[in-house]
Design a binder for this molecule. Sequence first.
Ligand code: SF4
Ligand code: FES
Length: 391
Amino acid sequence: MPTAPLALIAELTHRCPLRCVYCSNPLELRARSEELSTETWVRAFEEAAQLGTLHVHLTGGEPLARSDLTPLVLAARSAGLYTNLITSGIGLNEKRLSSLVEAGLDHIQLSFQDAEESSANTIAGCSAHAQKVAVARLISETRLAFTVNLVVHRRNLDRLEEIISFAERLRPHRIEIAHVQYYGWALRNREALLPTLDQVQESVAVVERAKERLKGIKIDFVTPDYYAAFPKPCMGGWARLLMVVDPSGKALPCHAAGVIPGLKFENVKEKSLRWIWEESSSFRRFRGEDWMPEPCRTCERRTQDFGGCRCQAFLVTGDAAATDPVCSLSPHRHLIEAVLERINLSPLAGDIGSSAEPGAGNVKALDTDLALRQRWAYRTNPAGVWERPEL
Ligand code: SF4
Ligand code: FES
């Protein structure tokens, strides 16, 4: 039997007041009418705790779009789970924050798109930056453990030093600087987001200097795996540490697994979390090493990176069981090299504005053309029309 998942990633909703161009949510977003009830989430949290899970990450979309967020935090905490809220902060005020703290929330991760307001708002597709700064001040005055999430890419990486200084002034305990990962909307916008090699190398030096300077704040840094020699151990290995439940109750081994054809995902409305984790075919499909092809099957790194990412393997090679193509040992590495060559031989000049219409650039295949690199595709709401949700 597999050991229990360390954490449950609860995607409470896909509704969100932001529409970031690198959103990791799937292109097919779940509608509000499909969302799980409070009672079903509470049962899922209890089942997770009984299974031996320690953490719940409450995420979305924007989890604050759920009016029952406080009771959900209370239920998760009462079940014995460590509760982490991953949020844009939009919809959080002093009163709501106090109620979340009283309900037992342990940790909050607040995301920023940039240090510079107009650039941050362009990426987010709405005016959110000033509100986020105000929310950060409120959070820093509570007992909550506080992480500032900074998402970096080719359009803001040259300002990383300034962005880290900005984050430092928000008084977090930890700063997580994560490069965009190429799934969902980010894959659609990959050609406009992937940095050059020079940018990546300079950013590593900037982060090293910041770590030296900021002794009191922990800094975690995730570089783009396209430039790595070996892949990331995605999700800590398929169905090994983490379990995702989407807003409609579908349980997935990772947030992007829905892109892989042929997998059947069970719903927490119909099956217990324990059965899904231990028995379901989708969780068992790439668990362990039996599924691995060469070169992974005999590679000494297979217990460290678990063959990389199944979703990336599918999205780039068309075969979810292939070695992750970012691996330098993969027979498909040339597909990644071709992307890097395009990016590094013809980098975009300066910061290009957005076309800003919701859903602009309905690109079906991966963008390969410079013109497409100069406009964004923004995520849309499930109805295909952008509306601000009621918060
Ligand atoms: Fe990891 Fe497979 Fe590459 Fe080895 S061959 S480093 S196990 S992805
Ligand atoms: Fe699905 Fe990596 S995102 S396995």
